[in-house]
Design a protein around this ligand. Structure first.
Ligand code: MG
Length: 229
């Protein structure tokens, strides 16, 4: 299946996009001391703390010994956004590659998406539980991202591995870590805070509430592309 001769590929955020709520903030609310809130506000509201420094500070608040409890909590409490399961079936049927590109951490993303593990690729930060508190490593730090250089997982650099001449790049996101991806995408789906961030920079986006909306929009696009081809 193609859009204007290009193959579609999806770069999808995890926290607050695939999931109904931001899982990092759910974990912090349950397991971290209260100062996590001011750290999140420095990252997202004041934007005085970079995303990469902020997430390290956040997980440093949590003892490594809590790992099993956190995994149990995540599997019990995290809800996927409406339409996600059907949308994954749609992507599979149409052979659309689905990449989860997240500023979150592997240890809570993988259990939640275990059902889809053969269909997705995950790009995220990694956790280690060897020290007193949870430490992070970042295999996808920006190398020379001209846009901000502040993300822990540079979504633009992951996207650039799919050339714009061959691929129709679709991003789906909800917050600040998705701003760079929205700028680079051929089609950017946005909800929540990402609508404000993209509006402030005049980046065109397609608003969405759930994955039914995303699927309907793509179906229409494929149909239009097929009849004009
Ligand atoms: Mg998010």
């Amino acid at each position: 299946m193609k859009i204007n001769t290009k193959k579609p590929v999806i770069f999808c955020d995890f926290d607050g996009t695939i999931t109904e709520h931001d899982v990092i903030q759910m974990i912090m609310a349950e397991f971290a001391p209260p100062q996590w809130k001011s750290i999140v506000s420095e990252i997202l509201d004041a934007r005085t703390l970079s995303i990469k420094d902020g997430i390290v500070k956040l997980f440093d608040l949590i003892p490594s010994a809590l790992e099993p409890k956190i995994t149990e909590f995540v599997l019990r409490e995290v809800k996927l956004r409406k339409g996600f399961d059907e949308f994954m079936a749609y992507c599979k049927q149409n052979e659309i590659p689905f990449l989860v590109v997240s500023g979150g951490v592997d240890f809570f993303i993988r259990p939640v998406l275990a059902k889809y593990k053969n269909q997705i690729e995950i790009f995220s930060n990694l956790a280690s539980f060897d020290a007193e508190s949870i430490t992070l490593s970042m295999p996808y730090l920006p190398k020379d991202c001209p846009d901000c250089n502040e993300c822990a997982c540079c979504k633009q650099e992951v996207m650039k591995t799919y050339s714009s001449s061959d691929y129709f790049r679709i991003s789906i996101g909800d917050s600040l870590t998705d701003l760079g991806a929205s700028k680079l995408a051929d089609l950017a789906f946005a909800r929540a805070r990402l609508l404000d961030y993209t509006k402030a920079e005049n980046i065109p986006v397609q608003p969405f509430d759930n994955f039914d909306d995303v699927q309907h929009h793509l179906e229409r696009l494929m149909y239009d592309s097929a009849i004009t081809a």
